[in-house]
Design a protein around this ligand. Structure first.
Ligand SMILES: [Zn+2]
Length: 597
């Protein structure tokens, strides 16, 4: 069988500010675990995303900073790209929505849907400030009509996650100067979502493997679909390829419409970058391909309703579809819940949160990846606390996995310098080796079902089991009396460590690579990512990518040749001082007086 094509489609972070760890908990780390696992399995992974640079979030930030939206987007796109590289999120292509390629693809889909009658003209109430300027949705704040949250935005309520129109808000006011906006009728183009309602409902009902939150929320959403405006009164965004609109300097495609198209446009860009311009079709026009999307729960309907409607409407039309097959719908839509921080809502737009950049300047990326997987918001809203971060780092990561690696490697290195020779195995040795080898199936099943916490828990459980074996066998005590048996025990331990290294790679790639080298192996099981310059139609931009084809390692028990020279051991993880971490970090967050628990 040829390798399966797996599209890992990761939510596009807004280039409107630095990202905090809640963002990467929701989309970055889970998608990377999934992608790295499938790469190790030998599947053909295409993992794409980029920064979302249009619309009012970027304009609001640019206004505040006194610069152009383009300058703001350039700056934060670079920053986010660096965050994701340093966190080891192994994209095939992490690009931007301001590229000529993205404009071409977005306009092709828009034009095609318009020609097919799925995008139609209507009027809506547009908001204007008292001086006559149009007031974009996100510049308007008011009370959410659904949950009563007082600081809902004109496009979405951050509290209940529902999409809104500015006219829905109770007591609307301008975020610029607090004035009350005036609503006037303006002409816009609308995506005819009701035309897709039946097909969507049927399709979603069939997706029994989706997480319950995603399936239920989407089903209730399609029961009451209305046409949605896909254009806005803005001068920052993709221009509208429809007569009467193309010429208007103050109208643009609505940012959510172009952002979801990024999954397709980034795949097309990747194919061009690797010099096989049609290669994206192997994922997008292939019914056997597996398409899995990752995002926070506030973006579910974009991926289960709006993007699928665009795909259903486009079919195999347009310049890109080119009669070569329908575009694939999502196979799974994995949405994380929210991560709060020290009991506060993590939202960059509200200025509360722990920035990825800051975090990585003081702690190891794998410590963060471990915590976000073991204790992150996979199935329920979760609160990040520094105390719990330090505790899990010390009591779980260091005490279990770090300690197992350290004591077995150190003992083997000191006494043998090489992977010891394996003598005759006892039933107990064999049972251990088999249990660990069986982990590949157990951990793999959980990852494929997007149960990352359970997957990591399974691997940790095996590490604990090997620790128990080490305690029982105490190989260092045998070195004098029975060196051959000591060698066999240490060999069994290192075999297990070598297998667990592979199992931990999707979760903690940096430490697994280090361990790979300490065990005497060469090459990358998880290598560095890289930036690459891309030229497109006179425009230049930088993408995050990597040379994953050259990486070694596969998702199965692997050889550890006796006699292979070991490298001098060093600890995989750093132990933290919990009291110091908590005190310093709460001070940094401006929370010097922690609330008593
Ligand atoms: Zn609400």
């Amino acid at each position: 069988m040829p390798p399966r094509k797996v599209l890992v489609a990761v939510a596009w972070p807004y280039a409107s500010g630095p990202r905090h760890i809640g963002h990467v908990a929701g989309f970055g780390v889970p998608s990377d675990i999934f992608g790295r696992y499938h790469r190790l399995k030998g599947d053909d992974v295409l993992m794409v995303s980029g920064t979302d640079e249009h619309g009012t979030p970027v304009m609001v930030a640019a206004d505040k900073e006194g610069r152009s939206p383009r300058e703001t987007a350039d700056d934060y796109s670079r920053l986010i790209r660096e965050d994701l590289r340093d966190l080891g999120i192994a994209y095939d292509l992490f690009t931007r929505t301001t590229t000529p390629n993205h404009y071409r693809v977005t306009q092709d889909l828009f034009r095609t849907l318009h020609e097919k009658g799925y995008i139609v003209e209507d009027t809506m109430m547009g908001a204007f400030s008292p001086d006559g300027r149009t007031l974009p949705d996100r510049y308007i704040e008011g009370t959410c009509p659904i949950c009563g949250y007082e600081a809902a935005r004109g496009d979405q309520c951050d509290n209940c996650g529902n999409q809104l129109d500015p006219t829905d808000l109770i007591n609307p006011r301008s975020r610029i100067d607090g004035s009350t906006p005036e609503f006037r009728e303006t002409k816009h183009l609308f995506l005819d979502l009701p035309a897709f309602a039946e097909r969507l409902a049927e399709w979603i009902k069939g997706q029994r493997h989706w997480r319950t939150n995603v399936r239920n929320f989407s089903l209730s959403f399609v029961r009451d679909l209305k046409p949605r405006a896909v254009t806005r009164d803005l001068d920052w965004g993709v221009t509208i390829p429809v007569p009467g609109y193309a010429e208007d300097p103050n109208k643009r495609i609505y940012v959510w419409f172009d952002a979801v198209i990024g999954y397709l446009s980034a795949a097309i860009e990747w194919a061009t970058v690797v010099g096989r311009p049609d290669a994206w079709r192997e994922w997008w026009q292939n019914a056997d391909a597996n398409h899995v999307y990752f995002m926070g729960k506030d973006n579910i309907v974009f991926h289960t309703v709006i993007w699928p409607s665009i795909l259903l409407g486009y079919e195999e039309g347009g310049e890109y579809g080119a009669g070569k097959g329908k575009l694939e719908l999502p196979d799974n839509v994995v949405a994380s819940e929210f991560l709060t921080m020290e009991s506060q809502k993590a939202s960059a737009s509200r200025g509360v949160g722990i920035l990825v950049r800051d975090f990585l300047s003081r702690y190891e990326p794998d410590a963060l990846r471990y915590f976000l997987t073991a204790a992150g918001p996979e199935q329920q809203d979760t609160d990040f606390t520094w105390a719990e971060f330090a505790r899990r780092n010390n009591d779980e990561l260091v005490a279990t996995w770090g300690n197992l690696v350290n004591r077995t490697l150190t003992s083997a290195y000191r006494n043998f310098r090489v992977v010891p020779e394996q003598g005759e195995l006892t039933a107990n040795d064999r049972a251990l080796l088999e249990a660990v080898a069986g982990g590949f199936d157990l951990v793999g099943e959980h990852i494929e079902a997007a149960r990352f916490k359970a997957a990591l828990g399974e691997a940790m459980q095996l590490a604990r089991r090997v620790n128990v074996y080490v305690n029982d066998q105490a190989p260092w005590a045998l070195l004098e009396s029975d060196r051959e048996r000591a060698a066999t025990v240490l060999y069994s331990c290192l075999r297990c460590v070598n297998d667990l290294k592979t199992m931990f790679t999707p979760f903690m790639p940096f430490s697994s690579q280090k361990l790979h080298e300490l065990l005497g192996h060469d090459g990358y099981i998880a290598g560095p990512l890289e930036f690459r310059d891309v030229e497109d139609d006179g425009d230049e931009h930088v993408v995050l990518t990597g040379d994953y084809d050259s990486w070694v390692g596969s998702w199965e028990p692997s050889e550890l040749p006796p006699g292979q020279a070991l490298r001098e051991p060093e600890p995989l993880f750093r132990k933290l001082d919990p009291a110091k971490v908590e005190e310093e970090e709460l001070k940094r967050m401006g929370l010097q007086d922690p609330q008593p628990a």
